[in-house]
Design a protein around this ligand. Sequence first.
Ligand code: HEC
Length: 260
Amino acid sequence: MSKNNENRDYEHKQSVLEHSSARRERKDPETGFEPLSLWFFSICVLVLLVGGGYLGAKSAGFDFGRMQVSGYKAGTPPDFTPAGPELSEYDKYYKGGEAVYKAVCNGCHQANGSGQGQIPPLVESEWVEQGTERMAQIIINGIRGPITVNGASFGAQEMPAQKGALSDQRIAQVMTYVRAKFGGISDAVVTKEMVADARNRHGSRVAQYTVGELAGEDAMLPGEQPAWMSADDESAESDESGDGGEPAVDDKAPESKETK
Ligand code: HEC
């Protein structure tokens, strides 16, 4: 019996012991909540202290003005003015005409002057290459009815008068451009005085011209060439060589011949 009692006593003590020690023991940490090692923690604190101290000392209080390296100057951007020689007076005049052509004539006669359908070409056209008097008549008042251009017949469409839309200067520039670009004539320009004179003589007409009413092929608009045309003769030569329009004219030539 006593043996039994002893046993029971022992078992009881054991279970009490187990309970109290179990209560004192820490629970097994769940994953992700393991305690930091003290070493790791103190190293982090040290890094923050030293790093913060360094930044504070060297940053001049994060004041931008004081943080700039002394003597620093932003680099100047490269020069944006385009390189190369300045445009000559002729080139400016020509470019003015090109702008008028693109705005007004392009839609019908096409950028390369080839025309389309019943709109005749300006390339290889006797109306462009010959007398400026009749060319001015065509542009100022427009033209209708049958017309032969480089051997091909047109007439189904009319060209409207341009006198209302374009100033003397604009007409002069576009005539200069068309004659140079499509007719290869760049040794003479049409001036606004010439166009003003033509407008005086032809501009009061209401309807478009027909071919029979135009001036002869040799009639040129009277008037002087501007001073800058004779002044820079040498640069006029380089203008001609730089005039990329002529090859395009030659390209188109066989095509317009075939339509004969
Ligand atoms: C609305 C279309 C149209 C516009 C815009 C137009 N033309 Fe024409 N142009 C014609 C037509 C169509 C003819 C031929 C008319 C005919 O058959 O009688 C012609 C004829 C000509 C001719 C004589 C024939 C030839 O091909 O050489 C010249 C030169 C000419 N135009 C130059 C110009 C110039 C320069 C401009 C711009 C300022 C211009 N045209 C604007 C339609 C147009």
